[in-house]
Ligand binder design. Structure first.
Ligand code: NDP
Length: 683
């Protein structure tokens, strides 16, 4: 008997007591190992995550966690050849393995860099603007997000044994929530290798990542779901039927455990009416369809299952795609000539053949044979090999919109009009992704806006986007991955949205000073501290939120405005033509340029000598609130609003609240000034 995988729980590798379920080499059919969680205390694992992993993660700031993700990505990159070697046994070609392994590492890197760039110092995420709740400005609201004090139970599908766990881990980790990885049985041996590398890296805090190699129900720990709490989360990828079963688990319902599912869907790709044979878009469509059918042997939740084509082009598309598929060598991924490997296992192949039976009953096979395939360097039946199968049929047949054959299978379906194809796309009842290949912006708009409510992501492919397009089948860490309805109704990744998913959003109400104290971000109405030392002379460590400089007053004269108009070339009539300005509904007379106001404000607040302020890298939220008339007097009040040190640089970012007022005390302009300020040690 082959070895049973160990689980990594409560800080150590633990061997289960049971014999477990076998896993097979997808290419040879040989048993490669077994999985079991018998004897593993799954409830204790969850408790350990909450007790040890959670507090350790919450000790770290967003930026520290981001640095760890970056380091982990580097470690995995160094060892990726080890993962490719094991990945080949899941039936993956080298290209497939890179998609899985490098794709997963890419998600870690993307979250590391987003964490540093988009998340604040500390570990509280302040979301959106302050909401005024009272006339006098003494009572305000602010949404804040704090890490949940639970564990993220991450249930993965068999088709992406590396990317799947990593795309779930990255946002949870950045949020400060510990992870329990549960791999799918057929490819758990590859996820185990991944976790071995993660553990050996020694980079992550104790308890931040645990690994349960087998069922979540064990002989000694019971059903993990029975032990979940209101602070825990479950992220599931797999079949719609398992998702439906898990989401109604009594504990999940009773304790409102946050549950998100990403399930199989019947994604579509639409060829625009303009994209006739001979156009670049036609070729792009054909290439994309053949690629999506054969990458990972079609075992991608994002693969194209329904290919909608104008009825006049169906024959041309079938012919061109078939010609491409005919060139796809199927077989042992170790052979460099092989373009498509095996499915994850013979059980999965039988499942695909069952689904194919429904599809072939409903339509016509144009390419491939569900029961026979020529393979190189392997035994077609012992290994889980399957030919690509291209079908066609009547678009009104329900099976094409309902039956997903999770392999190298796609159906070309004719349509007559753009409106009809939008309606056909929706018959998938919710998909992860749809694409439209067209050079016509009207077609793109009608299809995307019409089909968007049924899709989590939509790709528009044309000659302009093609050279750099990441493709129909690649979920991007910056963008949401998930879809409505049949696709599970969940959202994963989506940049910082995925981090926020692991946090609790709380609407905090109170006075400006209280919101400042709680969020660490200065709120207008809080105390300002005008000190003897100009804030621009303070290093990052010396600066405090609320530190303020007041500059002015400065009179704005007609000569100033005319000089500015002539100097910059901005001779817009409201500044230069008294008669035209008088007719303007907002001004009634000539007014100063907004940019002149902002420039004068800079002149009033700046401290000119070289010092800790290194650069001004922009302004945010600039609004001109009151027109500035000739001879108005301007005063600027600049207040340190948010201080964000950068871990890996000898400077940090300081956001300043800028309020320019006139002689009557009314705000004429408000904005945030963004600067880079040196740390003390650096100068
Ligand atoms: P399943 O839904 O059976 O399994 C998905 C995951 O859920 C696996 O980790 C599985 O573990 C786990 N699981 C199953 N039952 C339970 C349970 N009662 N409690 C906790 N965890 C559970 O999907 P399959 O992997 O068998 O794939 C079946 C179909 O799902 C495919 O043919 C395809 O149509 C679709 N699919 C969709 C994917 C997507 O990305 N959207 C990816 C892969 C498949 P274990 O393996 O140990 O049973």
């Amino acid at each position: 008997m082959t070895a049973v995988l160990q689980s990594h729980v409560q800080g150590r590798w633990q061997a289960p007591t049971g014999e477990g379920r076998p896993m097979y080499d997808a290419v040879t059919g040989d048993e490669v190992g077994r999985v079991s969680t018998d004897g593993i205390d799954v409830a204790a694992a969850a408790a350990y995550g909450r007790r040890t992993g959670g507090p350790a993660l919450r000790e770290l700031s967003f930026h520290q966690r981001a640095s760890l993700l970056k380091a982990l990505a580097g470690h995995l990159r160094e060892h990726r050849e080890e993962l490719y070697a094991v990945s080949a046994r899941t039936g993956a070609t080298l290209g497939d393995s890179k998609f899985d392994v490098d794709g997963g590492i890419g998600v870690l890197q993307a979250y590391a860099s987003k964490g540093k760039r988009e998340l604040p110092a500390g570990s509280v995420l302040v979301e959106g603007d302050v909401e005024p709740l009272s006339k006098g400005g003494t009572f305000l609201g602010q949404h804040v997000l704090t890490p949940r004090h639970g564990v993220a139970v991450q249930i993965n599908a068999y088709n992406f044994p590396c990317w799947g766990p990593l795309e779930k881990l990255a946002p949870a980790f950045l949020a400060g929530v510990p992870t329990i990885i549960k791999p799918a049985t057929p490819t758990a041996f590859l996820t185990a290798e991944l976790v071995r590398l993660v553990v050996e890296s020694g980079l992550l805090p104790e308890g931040a990542v645990q690994f349960l190699a087998g069922s979540l129900t064990s002989s000694s720990g019971g059903d993990l779901f029975d032990h979940l709490t209101e602070q825990d989360l479950v992220s599931f990828t797999g079949s719609a039927s398992t998702a439906a079963r898990l989401r109604t688990h009594p504990t999940l319902t009773a304790r409102s455990v946050r549950f998100t599912a990403e399930a199989d869907s019947l994604n579509c790709s639409i060829l625009g009416p303009d994209a006739v044979p001979g156009t670049t878009e036609f070729d792009l469509y054909v290439k994309q369809l053949a690629t999506e059918m054969t990458v990972k042997a079609g075992q991608k939740c994002t693969a194209i299952r329904r290919a909608f084509v104008p009825s006049a082009q169906v024959d041309a598309v079938l012919e061109a795609v078939s010609a491409r598929l005919a060139k796809v060598t199927v077989g042992n991924p170790a052979n460099p000539d092989v373009r498509m490997g095996a499915l994850a296992g013979t059980e999965q192949r039988e499942e695909v053949r069952r689904s194919l039976k429904s599809l072939t009953d409903a339509g016509r096979v144009v390419f491939g044979d569900p029961d026979h395939v020529e393979v190189v360097d392997a035994d077609a039946e012992r290994g889980a090999f399957l030919s690509p199968v291209l079908l066609t049929g009547d678009p009104d047949t329900a099976a094409f919109h309902e039956v997903e054959a999770f392999g190298p299978v796609s159906t070309v379906l004719p349509y007559e009009s753009v409106d009809q194809v939008v309606e056909l796309a929706a018959r998938g009842q919710g998909s992860l992704v749809g694409s439209v290949v067209t050079a016509d912006p009207d077609v793109a708009r009608t299809v995307v806006l019409g089909a968007a409510p049924w899709h989590g992501r939509m790709l528009v492919l044309d000659a302009a986007a093609a050279p750099e397009s990441t493709g129909h089948g690649s979920p991007m860490p910056q963008l949401v991955h998930g879809g409505p309805g049949r696709a599970g109704g969940g959202e994963e990744m989506g940049g910082i949205r995925g981090v926020a998913h692991h946090m609790q959003r709380t609407a905090v109400q109170g006075s400006p000073a209280m919101l400042t104290a709680i969020t660490g971000r200065w709120v207008r109405g809080s105390e300002r501290t005008v000190t003897d030392v100009h804030p621009f002379r303070k290093h990052l460590e010396e600066l405090r939120i609320g530190d303020t400089v007041v500059g002015g007053p400065r009179r704005v004269t007609q000569e100033d405005v005319e000089h500015f108009a002539e100097f910059t070339g901005d001779t817009f009539y409201a500044h230069t033509d008294a008669e035209a300005a008088a007719a303007n509904p907002f001004f009634g007379e000539r007014v100063a340029h907004g940019y002149l106001v902002v420039s004068f404000a800079a002149g009033l607040f700046v401290d000119p000598a070289p010092g800790p302020v290194l650069a001004n890298f922009g302004v945010d939220s600039l609004r001109f609130l009151t027109p500035v008339k000739f001879d108005d007097e301007l005063t600027i009040t600049l207040t340190a609003k948010q201080i964000t040190p950068r871990d890996t640089a000898d400077y940090g970012e300081v956001r300043w609240d800028a309020d320019v007022t006139n002689a009557a005390g009314d705000s004429v302009a408000r904005y945030d000034v963004l600067t880079l300020v040196a740390k003390q040690a650096s100068s």
